[in-house]
Each structure stands twice: as C-alpha cells, then as structure tokens.
Design a protein. Structure first.
Length: 201
C-alpha cells in the first residue's frame, strides 16, 4: 500500500512562515549593516604591557633623556598614535573589494576600521556622492605598540631590497608617513584568500 501523503497543518504552515520571515529580516539587517568582519581580534587583556612599550619605558626613554639631556622624562619624544589608511576606489563597483579590505585591515590592526565616504560626485572618475572609497584605523595604547613592533621587526625586513626608511617621510612636528608597496609583508593575513593585493599607508 502506498504511503499516504501528510498534509501540513495550519500550525505548521504558520510556523514555517514565521521562520521564513525571521530569516528574511536577519538577511536584510545584515545587508544594511554592510559586509561582516572576518577574524576580528579579541580585546586586549587587562594589565598587559607590550614588549616595545616595556623596552621604551626601561631603556629607550632613559637613554634618550641622558643622551639629549632632557630636563624631564616627560620631555622625551614618544609615539602618540598610528593612523593606517587604505584606499579602495574599486569598491564603488565591486562589493567584494570592500569585504576583502575590511578583512585585511581588521586582521592587521585588530580593530574595526572607520569607513571614508566620497564628499561629492565626480563624473570623470565615475564617482557618486556618499560612496565608500577608503578605510581608516587609528591605533593608540597597547595595540599601537604591538602593531609598531610587528611592523619594525617582521614586516620591514621582508621588503624586497630593503635599504632603510626614507628620511623624507618625516614632516611637521614629529610626524612620519610611510606606505607598504608590498602588502604581502604583513604576516597576519592570508593573501591567498584575497583576490587582489591591497596597499596601506
């Protein structure tokens, strides 16, 4: 005897409709928030002191004070913040570029980047107003020292034919600007999963 087909009851139909609406609402809210961040770093443990900051407090700062004869330890130069920027002009036509850029900069810095949008429309560049064209992160405290430690000791030595940092990068009142022409030197990211290399400044 052939099995009889079970007809869903009204309660089952109502529950399926409810699940479908919930899934649709979750999908729309996710799309409204933008692409999700992959591999976001955990928060810094309480009381943690980075290796570079410890070295600065115990060796570098006292050495500079003695060498340059600063009257006070507070007069010794220190790094206040590090700003990391990434231009993603191609994201205006390809959402995947934005997702990859978010992944890369989050893995490198350990925090969510701020999105930079275009202020006006430019027809020659096929650019519309209020479109995401860049990402920016400002690092302070332990994350700043950790990033600087990795950049100096791991990333710069991996540069092809590296012969030192350009002294012309210093400008203004102690500000320094450099860029990463070879993004594969950053060890935190798996660039095999990224379609196109992205540069940092």
């Amino acid at each position: 005897m052939a099995d009889e087909k079970k007809t869903p009851s009204a309660a089952e139909k109502a529950e399926k409709e409810k699940e479908g609406k919930a899934a649709k609402a979750a999908k729309s809210s996710k799309a409204a928030k933008g692409p999700s961040l992959v591999g976001e770093a955990p928060p810094t443990p309480k009381g943690y002191v980075p290796r570079l900051r410890k070295s600065y407090n115990e060796q570098i700062a006292p050495g500079l004070q003695k060498d340059k004869k600063y009257p006070n330890i507070m007069a010794v130069p220190r790094v206040e913040k590090i700003s990391i920027n990434m231009g993603i002009g191609e994201a205006k036509s390809d959402v995947k570029v934005l997702e990859e850029a978010l992944y890369v900069i989050t893995m490198i810095t350990g925090q969510k980047p701020a999105q930079r949008r275009s202020k006006k429309s430019i027809a020659n560049f096929k650019l519309r107003e209020n479109v995401i064209i860049g990402l920016s992160v400002t690092l302070r405290g332990p994350r700043m020292y950790e990033f600087m430690d990795r950049f100096i000791n791991l990333s710069l030595p991996r540069l092809l034919d590296f012969s030192g940092i350009d002294a012309n990068g210093f400008y203004g009142r102690g500000k320094f600007t450099t860029r990463s022409p070879q993004p594969h030197i950053i060890p935190q990211c798996d660039y095999n999963s990224v379609a196109k290399p992205l540069g940092l400044a």
